[in-house]
Ligand binder design. Structure first.
Ligand code: NAP
Length: 249
């Protein structure tokens, strides 16, 4: 492909920001979305531009369908074609057992992690499908090893939302393969980012590292590299696959 462009949701921080940096180094132009941290998003854009690629940051709440549609309109308006979606934006709430959950919490988690990701995938399929004039592409869904482990006592809601993402990956991969679109998933283990502060335990990765076979937490770049490999031509025969990057959990 002559020119490649990636759209990364939640690209202002953590795994999404690192994926933007690595994608730029591999020659991708980058559109990244964020919810509220405009300064962080613009800083990532500057790094992409310093790597010689084009960048665009779009404020878009993944809990709002109109924002997701506008995100795609702005991305296509600037770059004309998007070759890869990294469905990365995700949230978790404070650690608690299920008996303490209420509907409002569950709606917040599922609206961003599941409904937002599915709507963003919908926009990607509409844009990439060869039968609609698109040129195919790759959707990489960022799930979590929580989908397999369940996160008891911490956030089974978050874990269940990631289980939904895994099922989306398997089903959508079959649904759109003939359209030239691959759909894959990455399931990170415990990675050093700010997401753990939302759960009320900023140092959670260090605690979990002790029971990880490789005896350490992961770095965002280790997930970014897995995402970009799955999206690359080297993985051209890979679709519907969930890749665990967990240190053995
Ligand atoms: P993070 O450091 O907390 O960053 C979250 C990113 O998502 C930020 O860019 C944030 O934007 C954006 N975001 C959050 N809510 C949003 C919304 N409603 N609309 C749009 N953007 C939103 O998270 P991370 O650790 O990098 O996690 C990235 C993905 O990896 C998530 O799907 C997460 O579930 C998954 N994951 C993480 C781990 C881990 O240990 N870190 C493990 C397994 C899976 P703002 O900067 O504007 O707030």
């Amino acid at each position: 492909m002559d020119k490649r462009t990636v759209l990364i949701t939640g690209g202002s921080r953590g795994i999404g920001a690192m994926t933007a940096r690595f994608a730029a180094r591999q020659g991708y132009d980058v559109c990244l979305s964020y919810r509220e941290r405009a300064d962080a998003a613009e800083a990532v854009c500057r790094e992409v531009e310093e790597a010689g690629r084009k960048a665009l940051a779009v404020q878009a709440d993944m809990a709002v369908e109109a924002d997701i549609v506008r995100l795609w309109e702005e991305a296509i308006g600037k770059f004309a074609s998007i070759d890869m979606l990294v469905n990365n934006a995700g949230v978790l709430e404070r650690q608690a057992p299920l008996i303490d959950f209420d509907a409002a919490r569950l709606e917040r988690v599922f609206r961003v992690n599941v409904i937002g990701a599915m709507l963003c995938a919908r926009e990607a399929v509409r844009h990439m499908s060869k039968s609609s004039g698109g040129r195919g592409g790759v959707i990489v869904n960022v799930s979590s090893i929580a989908a397999r482990l369940g996160s008891p006592g911490e956030y089974v809601d978050y874990a269940a939302s990631k289980g939904a993402i895994d099922t989306l990956t398997i089903g959508l991969a079959k649904e759109v393969a003939a359209e030239g679109i691959r759909v894959v998933g990455v399931r990170p283990g415990s990675i050093y980012t700010e997401i753990h502060a939302s759960g009320g335990e900023p140092d959670r990765v260090d605690r979990v590292a002790k029971r990880t076979p490789l005896q350490r937490g992961g770095q965002p770049e280790e997930i970014a590299k897995a995402i970009l490999w799955l999206a690359s031509e080297e993985a051209a025969f890979v679709t519907g696959t969930l890749l665990d990057v967990t240190g053995g959990l």
